[in-house]
Design a protein around this ligand. Structure first.
Ligand code: SF4
Length: 464
């Protein structure tokens, strides 16, 4: 039985959702004022950013605001940014450039920028984009919510956008530990998202219980290094303890977790994952490089030998586990031999998916301060291409090995009227028959493409 949970709006929330003054309809673009305030929320970056946006959207929805899919139709535009790569920053800058034109046409439009670009760069952003009404760091919802509501005085000016964000589909992201203590030399996350801070276990269980009552069947537990969960809490539970508690929720079918850090992934946690039927055998375990020299220079805290041992441990406990990884090519000082070592690891471990990026120095990081970006762009591009080729070939081979097998699939939605979902190992499957979203079904895999599988039902296991 689920615990009886009551979810009420905090008394201190005072909605203020009407527009301050009537705005004439625009001639061009067809924008027209309506009684309900409309928001456009644009997000780039990791799952943590997406979870922040979901939370913010739930806060807006609670106030009666309406989501729209174009900035042109919105009264409030929020740009949720990422600093991990230059490309992500460039996309945010381009978006902000377009919003400036809208603000010129319609000065009452509210604009907020949040996420990892805010913090070190706020002064620079304020100068470059003076028309932005609010800047907010990751998870700092207050300045954005202040554009649409006022907190009661006894909250000391603090805001919290919502109790829990309920997504439209049957899957949800649930942050369990924020921030990171690792300080890998190339990474900006610890500076922007702060140090590791775990959420209390009872709060997470309550949130997931609430989500399941509202149709969620699968949750992905999020952390920059998710196995760090709990070490800063009084009782010091680990990720396995949290998974055990969540497994007891009757309506929850599946539990995923992102992103793993090899040193934090203990045998105890791995055994718990293997034991609990609701926890998916689906790992995201970044290796970043195959050479000890590069790993040491990145301050990743493990050797390639230790990484290989960790994968061997995962596969000994869960032979069919799906494992994805991240690779950086062209890190400062990476030689041809270092890069060959990375290719060798990819061939040996045969990951289900490889997320590869060319190194780009991020201001504020140790690598940016102390290392020359000395691998030429052309060499980076060539190495990137080589990794993509290896990845595509292996992924195609792994997909082909699924043909003829039966896989448990959670139906997540419809694409061109056709149901799709994922296996317990995280593979995307399209199903050739109608199915209810949120149902857990057995699918016989009949066809494998480079990026997804296709099949038909064997039998329905559970209907939501
Ligand atoms: S573990 Fe390293 S790469 Fe991952 S978020 Fe922390 S500092 Fe960044």
């Amino acid at each position: 039985m689920l615990p009886a949970i009551s979810f009420q709006l905090p008394a201190w929330i005072v909605p203020r959702v009407t527009l301050p003054a009537p705005i004439p309809p625009l001639e061009a673009g067809g924008w027209k004022l309506e009684a309900t305030m409309k928001y456009y929320l644009w997000t780039v970056g990791c799952q943590m950013n997406k979870a922040d946006s979901e939370k913010l959207a739930a806060g807006f929805d609670r106030l009666g605001m309406k989501a729209v899919d174009r900035a042109e139709r919105a009264d409030l535009v929020v740009i949720n940014t990422c600093s991990v790569r230059q490309h992500a920053e460039d996309r945010a800058y381009s978006k902000l450039g377009r919003v400036r034109d809208l603000k010129k046409e319609r000065p009452t439009l509210k604009v907020a920028v949040m996420g990892c670009m805010v913090g070190l760069k706020t002064g620079e952003l304020e100068k470059r984009f003076p028309y932005v009404d609010a800047f907010a760091r990751p998870q700092q919802f207050g300045p954005v919510m202040a554009l649409v509501e006022e907190p009661a005085e006894d909250m000391g000016g603090e805001f919290w956008p919502t109790t829990y964000a309920v997504p439209e589909g049957p899957t949800a992201f649930v942050p369990v530990v924020h921030g990171c203590n690792k300080f890998c030399t190339y990474c900006i996350v610890p500076y922007r998202r702060g140090r590791e801070k775990s959420r209390p276990m009872d709060e997470i269980v309550r949130e997931v219980g609430y989500l399941t009552v509202h149709g969620v069947r699968e949750v992905t537990l999020l952390g920059q290094t998710v196995e760090a969960y709990g070490h800063d809490l009084a009782e010091q539970p680990d990720l396995g303890d949290l998974m055990r508690e969540l497994s007891a929720l009757e309506r929850l079918e599946r539990i995923r977790f992102l992103t793993s850090y090899p040193k934090d992934m203990t045998h105890r946690i791995l055994k718990t994952i293997a034991e609990l039927p609701k926890v998916m055998e689906c790992f995201s375990l970044p290796v970043q490089a195959g050479s000890d020299a590069v790993l040491q220079s990145m301050r990743r805290g493990y050797t390639i030998g230790e990484y290989l041992e960790k994968i061997a441990e995962v596969r000994a406990l869960m032979p069919n586990a799906g494992i994805t990884t991240d690779i950086i090519v062209g890190y400062p000082g990476e030689t041809e031999a270092d890069f060959e070592a990375t290719c060798d690891v990819l061939e040996r471990l045969r990951f289900d998916k490889v997320h590869v990026a060319a190194y780009s120095p991020r201001p504020g990081t140790i690598a940016h301060r102390t290392m020359a970006d000395d691998v030429p762009q052309a060499v980076k591009a060539e190495r990137l291409h080589r990794v993509e080729e290896i990845e595509e070939r292996i992924s195609r081979e792994i997909n082909a090995s699924y043909v003829g097998t039966t896989q448990e699939v959670l139906i997540e939605g419809l694409k061109h009227e056709q149901p799709f979902g994922r296996t317990r190992t995280g593979r995307l499957v399209h199903v050739d028959a109608p199915a209810r979203i949120g149902s857990l079904v057995d699918v016989r895999i009949e066809h494998a493409g480079p990026f997804s599988l296709r099949g038909s039902f064997v039998d329905a296991l559970v209907l939501a």
